[in-house]
Design a protein around this ligand. Structure first.
Ligand code: PBG
Length: 322
């Protein structure tokens, strides 16, 4: 008790503060999302995601070389196809946008390449599956997910990350991968993916905002922490190798509980809106960008995340090198 114990003794100079730091970011924690748009000839920027480029396929080799030599270990790929249709057929095209990007990246770098598996970037209605009169049909969608998984793994994806929140998707994708000779390809499951307002800027990049109604019949209610635990347990039982919580900072309690109760690596996705908030406030001079970027990611790791998926990955690397 005070005055014998004084907490401030352990904060009194920089050396001791450095020594007693409990949580540290490491370059290998980071995974950088990358966007490729099949119809672009040159790099495009989106107002709501300052500093996040959408690349044409012609830049894939150059970009991956640059990122790899800068110290990026892992990327997560998203594709915007030239044409969208009701079935999202671009998602499983042999020479689809992500399939092509994977081949180019892997021929030029040793990046770990994860591929997001979903249909919302590929469907004209913007939903993550097949739409019927009653809404998004779970089991018809699973048939497509199996084809997408096989197609991404055939192209060489090192990891498949299903983000559509259909029931049974992990079991089905595991089976499709095993049956097509991809037993070694792990699944990073977007298990606790909430129906969040923080995906707004991503949907600007991918032109994937759903047209008629929202995603609340498949993505989770932000109010439900216990249900998130059930989602994660189900995915582990179905064969997930890594589970994910998304968004990250509004759901630190979910990350923490998963860390305490489940023995499996946990990824957290600091989504587009979390990134855009910091960028916008910093651009106005209201927040210090470097400090709040590092603090936000430290908080996510401190809560229990092993993998940090973040648009800040390159900037964090620069900060860690200082
Ligand atoms: C695809 C998907 C989305 C994100 C990742 N995968 C969009 C969505 O669910 O609307 C969002 C990522 C971000 O906001 O950074 N289903």
């Amino acid at each position: 008790m005070f005055p014998t114990d004084r907490m401030r003794r352990r904060r009194s100079n920089e050396m001791i503060r450095n020594m007693l730091t409990e949580t540290r970011l490491h370059p290998n924690d980071l995974m950088l999302p990358l966007f490729f748009d099949e119809s672009l000839d040159s790099i495009k920027y989106t107002d709501s995601m300052p500093g996040v480029p959408t690349y044409p396929l012609s830049k894939a080799a150059e970009v991956s070389e640059r990122l790899y030599s800068a110290g990026i270990n892992a990327v997560m790929l998203f594709g915007i196809p030239r044409r969208k249709d009701a079935e999202g057929s671009g998602a499983f095209a042999k020479n689809g946008v992500v399939q092509s990007a994977i081949r180019k990246i892997e021929s030029t770098s040793d990046l770990l390449v994860a591929a997001d598996l979903c249909m919302c970037e590929y469907t004209d209605h913007g939903h993550c599956g097949i739409v019927c009169e009653h809404g998004v049909d779970n089991d018809l969608t699973l048939i497509k997910y199996r084809k997408i998984a096989e197609s991404l793994a055939d192209a060489g994806a090192h990891m498949i990350a299903p983000s559509g929140m259909m029931d049974g998707q992990i079991m089905n994708i595991r089976e499709a991968l095993d049956d097509s000779g991809h037993k070694e390809v792990p699944i990073m499951a977007y298990s606790a993916k909430f129906c969040s307002g923080f995906y707004g800027p991503f949907r600007d990049i991918a032109h994937s905002a759903p047209s008629a109604y929202g995603r609340e019949t498949y993505q989770m209610n932000p109010a439900n922490g216990r249900e998130a635990m059930t989602e994660m347990r189900r995915d582990i039982e179905e064969g997930a190798d890594i589970i994910m919580v998304k968004p990250a900072m509004p759901y630190l309690d979910v990350i923490k509980q998963a860390k305490n109760e489940l023995c499996i690596p946990i990824a957290a996705y600091q989504v587009s809106g979390e990134y855009a908030m910091i960028k916008a406030a910093a651009a106005n001079g209201w927040l210090d960008e470097r400090r709040t970027m590092m603090e936000s990611l430290i908080s996510i790791k401190r809560a229990g995340a092993d993998i940090l998926i973040t648009y800040f990955a390159e900037e964090v690397l620069k900060e860690l090198k200082k």
